[in-house]
Write a protein that binds this ligand. Structure first.
Ligand SMILES: [Zn+2]
Length: 249
């Protein structure tokens, strides 16, 4: 099938969807210049992700881990949402029953205006207290100090980034909501993910099981391509806006 025909059909499937899910991974953020975990590099090149992204590493060297996350926060803050993020946010305004489930922690969907976002792996702009669980948005609290402490009452517990580290489970509520939505949706757009990181990768599989139309946008085929009705090869920032355009009358 010609690319143009595939885009037309995928656009029709999206426009007529009653329950629409968008599932995203690092690829959509990469187009905004957010490096993937292993590419963040620079000063940190000699370290492995595992040196920072575990609870053990945090307990051993909280100062260094916080330094690493401040560095990554800055990268995320400097990045701007791209046309794919804006197209996703636009879809939310066109569909009452809509959800984004993202594996990204960079807050770019929200900055593009999306409100219904399930953050499977957390949000780098948020922190929580190891002692009492109190959550803090960066905007509400500057998290001063090398290792920030809990601002709630006289708790004083150590704050950690609200991201899922190696060896940790995803928030069961977020995961359950994502699985439930996937199992009931009739159209699922997969953007910028290789589909190999579980349990998140189960999401499009559950949608497929419900006979949802699966539309995949990736630069290369992935582990999910075999279940996709439409594989649209290319940049999400170029293809997504074409899928959201008004249909010519
Ligand atoms: Zn606390």
């Amino acid at each position: 099938m010609l690319m143009q025909d595939k885009i037309q059909e995928a656009r029709d499937a999206i426009a007529s969807a009653e329950k629409l899910l968008v599932f995203t991974g690092a690829g959509i953020s990469k187009e905004s210049g957010v490096p993937t975990f292993r590419e963040a590099g620079g000063l940190w090149e000699k370290f492995k992700a595992e040196d920072f992204a575990t609870l053990e590493a945090f307990k051993r060297r909280p100062k260094e881990v916080w330094e690493w996350y401040r560095f990554r926060r800055n990268l995320a803050r400097k990045a701007e949402p791209n046309p794919a993020h804006y197209a996703v946010a636009k879809l939310e305004t066109l569909h009452d029953d809509f959800m984004v489930a993202t594996q990204n922690i960079d807050n770019l969907h929200q900055r593009a205006g999306a409100k219904k976002v399930l953050e499977l792996h957390g949000n780098i702009m948020r922190s929580y207290c190891l002692k009492c669980g109190h959550k803090v948005d960066e905007s509400e609290h500057k998290l001063e100090g090398e290792v920030p402490t809990c601002p709630k009452g006289d708790c004083g517990g150590v704050m950690r980034p609200d991201v899922v580290w190696f060896g940790e489970f995803l928030d069961p509520k977020v995961l359950e909501q994502s699985f439930k939505f996937a199992a009931e949706c009739d159209c699922c757009i997969v953007i910028g993910t290789s589909g190999v990181v579980y349990p998140a990768a189960q999401i499009p599989v559950l949608a497929r099981r419900n006979d949802a139309c699966i539309i995949e946008i990736n630069p290369e085929p992935s582990a999910l391509t075999r279940i996709a009705d439409y594989f649209l090869k290319g940049k999400a920032g170029e293809i997504m806006p074409m899928l959201v355009e008004e249909n010519p009358g």
